[in-house]
Write a protein of this length. Structure first.
Length: 290
């Protein structure tokens, strides 16, 4: 099929894009990498009257070291994040999550901002950003606002962005010293969306857990912060009993639907198992200084 008729606008600056979006919202959609929106338009599941294409705005392509956090422009390609030595060293959870996204052609075109705004429950970036407690920066003609990751997602394929807002930057906290990260997922084939995936970051002081962050994808209507599993590890450290408790807590907090690929019970079980494995791998890396 072909998309319904639409007007294509190609601004070259953020202010120009904001003015266009402000003029045509709510009938306009922002085009980033197009890996999800374009197929939806071809099937006429999405019918925007206007597309505001951000691909000519060079100011939205960057990865900067801003002290305590990495500032990543919303139009930064996933492939650039994958190949960034800065991301690999300063925010290894974001780097490892990127390696799990689709296939090379998808990562070469897809953008971090596009993935986050699409808010697919099975996508890797929303869960990763949630686990990192990242901050997202949105702009409109009315000004700029900062949105905590915990307040950005609002169900399947839905965010709290206003119709005239553009996501312009992601601020990902750097990993503390003595920390380790892991992103693990299970999918039917490499490159498929995850049946269940878990992002984990843990910080140790010797054998003492000083911080732990966990979030899951593919097991709810959006990314799920696994607070029950976090509490189990914070309370009792990394023991066999606490890891088992974290696994059980993650399975309880997951709320997947059954589909053609897996029953809800199977996906719930996966959430628990992947939580335990991600914790073990992240802790191993923290101990090794990796």
């Amino acid at each position: 099929m072909k998309p319904a008729p639409f007007e294509h606008l190609a601004p070259t600056s953020v202010p120009e894009a904001l003015n266009m979006l402000g003029e045509y919202a709510p009938d306009a959609r922002v085009l980033a990498g197009g890996q999800s929106l374009v197929p939806m338009m071809n099937f006429r599941l999405a019918r925007p009257a206007v597309l505001v294409d951000l691909n000519r705005i060079s100011d939205l392509f960057y990865i900067d070291d801003n002290g305590d956090y990495l500032a990543v422009g919303a139009m930064t390609r996933e492939r650039e994040i994958e190949n960034s030595d800065l991301v690999r060293a300063a925010c290894p959870l974001l780097h490892e999550a990127t390696l799990n996204i689709g296939h090379l052609p998808i990562r070469s075109r897809g953008t971090i901002g596009g993935s986050l705004c699409n808010a697919d429950p099975a996508a890797e970036y929303p869960a990763t950003i949630l686990a990192l407690d990242a901050t997202l920066v949105a702009q409109s003609v009315r000004g700029e606002r900062e949105i905590p990751a915990a307040e950005f997602f609002d169900g399947a394929l839905t965010t709290t962005l206003e119709p005239d807002e553009i996501l312009t930057e992601i601020r990902a906290p750097k990993a503390p010293s003595s920390s380790g990260a892991a992103f693990l997922e299970v999918s039917r084939r490499h490159g498929d969306f995850a049946l269940a995936g878990v992002a984990a970051q843990i910080t140790l002081d010797g054998d003492v857990v000083t911080n732990v962050r966990l979030a899951a994808c593919g097991v709810g209507s959006g990314p799920v912060r696994l607070t029950g599993a976090e509490d189990a590890i914070r309370s009792d450290g990394l023991t066999d009993a606490s890891l088992a408790a974290a696994e059980a807590a993650a399975a309880v907090q997951a709320d997947p639907d059954s589909d053609v690929h897996a029953t809800s019970g199977y996906s719930r079980k996966l959430a628990g198992v992947m939580t335990k494995r991600a914790l073990q791998k992240a802790a191993e890396r923290a101990r090794a200084g990796a």
